[in-house]
Design a protein around this ligand. Structure first.
Ligand code: FE
Length: 333
């Protein structure tokens, strides 16, 4: 408020129009977002400033409180979006435009966060040692035929916690614990490394299938060393609880400290528009949430799927239950 009065006073004293600006804190690579922000400025005349914060974004927002210069936060994963809301540094937004563009499953019913893209957590399978569509369901991963053949990263990583939360949402806590126990029994090695390290392990013959996010296929194909890993696997889209493929998201939230709600909202709405959605998804090899937006040709070539219909807000609520299960079955040991 004070900041707003100060801005108005300054503007009236010097009697020149204050250029509208939106300040963004992003845990996403700025290079991936820059072209979209340029398009926004070209269309609206509103300038944007982006600060890339790889780690500690929530801590920084909390420490800055109402003095934070940030208007908008861009980040990935429902756990991060939910943690920002729980830290009390967001403000609820109502927008008919965003609500029309982004399906309800992918936004906070209270309006504190909105999804921008989805990322499917799927199966990477060896081209040589696994048949096509051999992993039709996530439940299949506990089949003894996979004993010693599966690789995955830590069970405590957000991506796997999200997947396990979805298993809890469909089957309940007890069945989810049995599922994770069965998965652990089939692991080729202790959970370790990131998603790409699992695909490298398939290429190296350590395991035959791995759990990973789809966009890493795109990222590996762009990397000279990793192309061989990508070419040794095919993506399979399993479904969960007879429903759909587990997806997580990237998204946005308006900060509580934003002193420029109007322009920030305009940027948020722009990010859900057809042009921005197509660009955002294409640059990151993710899936646009706006149904009419184009998915990149490469991403389309991996196959079609129906996402799990569990609202991401429910996945967030089951996070602690999932983390306890990971501990109880000693998944990472
Ligand atoms: Fe990732």
């Amino acid at each position: 408020m004070l900041k707003q009065i100060a801005t108005i006073l300054t503007a009236s004293i010097i009697a020149t129009p204050v250029l509208a600006e939106v300040n963004i804190y992003s845990s996403r690579n700025p290079q991936l977002i820059d072209p979209i922000l340029e398009a926004f400025t070209a269309e609206t005349g509103i300038k944007t400033n982006i600060v890339f914060i790889k780690d500690g974004l929530i801590e920084r927002l909390k420490a800055e409180g109402q003095r934070s210069p940030a208007d908008l936060v861009l980040t990935t994963d429902i756990s991060n979006l939910n943690a920002i809301v729980e830290a009390g540094v967001t403000q609820a937004v109502t927008s008919d435009v965003i609500n029309a563009n982004i399906p309800a499953t992918f936004r906070d019913p209270e309006g504190n966060w909105f999804g921008l893209t989805s990322r499917a957590r799927v199966i990477y399978a060896s081209n040589e040692r696994v048949a096509e569509v051999e992993v039709a369901t996530y439940e299949d991963l506990t089949d003894p035929k996979w004993e010693g053949r599966i690789c995955t990263r830590s069970g405590s990583h957000n991506y796997n916690v999200g997947l396990l939360s979805a298993v809890v949402a469909h089957h309940g806590e007890e069945a989810a614990e049995q599922w994770l126990t069965g998965l652990k029994a089939n692991l080729a090695r202790k959970p370790q490394g990131n998603d790409r390290a699992q695909i490298k392990a398939i290429w190296a013959g350590v395991c035959d299938i791995a759990i990973g996010n789809t966009y890493y296929m795109g990222a590996m194909l762009q990397n000279e060393e990793q192309q061989a890993w990508a070419n040794s696997v095919t993506i399979q889209f399993p479904i969960l609880g007879d429903n759909g493929v587990h997806v997580n998201l990237s998204g946005m939230a308006m900060t509580k400290s934003s002193s420029n709600d109007e322009d920030t909202l305009r940027l948020m709405e722009f990010l859900t528009s057809e042009a921005a959605q197509a660009m955002y998804a294409e640059l990151n090899f993710e899936y646009p949430l706006l149904e009419t937006a184009q998915t990149s040709e490469l991403v389309q070539s991996w196959g079609d799927f129906t996402p799990d219909s569990t609202p991401l807000v429910d996945i967030a609520k089951l996070r602690n239950t999932a983390l306890k299960i990971v501990d109880r079955v000693n998944f990472n040991e």
